[in-house]
Design a protein around this ligand. Structure first.
Ligand code: ZN
Length: 302
């Protein structure tokens, strides 16, 4: 094995067809490149976590035939790693306190508190009360290459400005947690939903600021409902847990344009995985923004 891929769901509801599609793409891509594959629970925003959702997610993944070699890491148990990363940013003079509310500015955060809130190395940060932001004042345009979508060189200032790395309520920001976790878990390839593509610049900048290795990125086209609207984790009608696992896998492979034969939905999940491992080809996803789910998730009849 060389390298590592990952699937990192949030426990905010049941997995839907889009989640399965992303999980499948990340797992198949890892296997195709000789990498192993892990699952991480992104529950850093504990205010949004739904009790019991994590167990539902793990059991759904298992029923579809996913398996992962190492225990799931929970972000809610990882605060000390994020605080250590904040130490690094603070020692570099990049961290500052900010009490600005959403109504105090429009668009990307303009850096209002950058000078007056700056934290000196070793200065106590406190635990809650004000947000901690990362200065992007010296960030040049961040360059990264998406494996399936090509070059992206957004200006951080126009995308996010100085972004929050620890929130006012004391929870670490998603951006920080993702970057720290990918590095400490040895992740080398990130295959995830297209909706997270915009955040890649911030994460690449954080990797550089923290002196962490770069990872490769590939963004899976966003699966939409049949009417083009966003699939929702909270809408039970879009959950796929009630489908036979083989049908769910067939649907996801179909969405990923792998052209599974209809008979596949009558196979065991193990047989489907064997078929998919042997044929995985991400080329049909290159440059694709969205994939439209069928109106009804009926299993194919023949
Ligand atoms: Zn501020």
């Amino acid at each position: 094995m060389s390298g590592r891929g990952r699937f990192a769901p949030s426990p905010t509801g049941d997995l839907h067809l889009g989640s399965l599609t992303t999980a499948l793409a990340s797992c198949l891509q890892a296997a195709a490149t000789g990498a192993d594959w892990i699952v991480r629970l992104e529950d850093v925003d504990q205010a949004r976590s739904i009790p019991g959702a994590a167990e539902h997610i793990f059991s759904a993944l298992t029923s579809w035939g996913f398996h992962w070699p190492t225990p799931v890491v929970f972000q809610s148990n990882s605060s000390q790693h994020y605080e250590f990363a904040l130490d690094t940013l603070q020692n570099k003079g990049l961290l500052y306190r900010c009490g600005c509310g959403r109504s105090d500015y429009q668009g990307p955060y303009p850096g209002t508190c950058r000078q007056r809130g700056r934290l000196a190395p070793g200065e106590p940060r406190g635990a809650t009360g004000v947000a901690l932001r990362l200065s992007t004042a010296t960030a040049d345009s961040v360059h990264w290459q998406d494996e399936w979508h090509g070059t992206a060189s957004p200006s951080l200032t126009s995308v996010a400005g100085d972004f929050v790395v620890r929130r006012k309520d004391g929870f670490h920001a998603y951006q920080l947690a993702v970057v720290v976790d990918d590095a400490r878990q040895g992740v080398t390839q990130v295959v995830r939903g297209r909706d997270l593509m915009e955040q890649t610049a911030q994460q690449r900048y954080l990797q550089d600021a923290l002196g962490l290795p770069h990872v490769s990125y590939a963004h899976v086209p966003l699966v939409t409902a049949s009417d083009g609207s966003k699939l929702s984790k909270s809408s039970s009608s879009e959950a796929i847990a009630h489908l036979p696992p083989a049908h769910a896998l067939w649907l996801a492979l179909q969405l990923l344009r792998q052209h599974p034969p209809q008979a596949l939905s009558r196979w065991t999940t193990a047989q489907i995985w064997e078929w998919a491992y042997a044929r995985w080809n991400p080329d049909p996803l290159r440059g694709v923004e969205t994939l439209q789910a069928p109106a009804v998730y009926h299993p194919p009849q023949h």
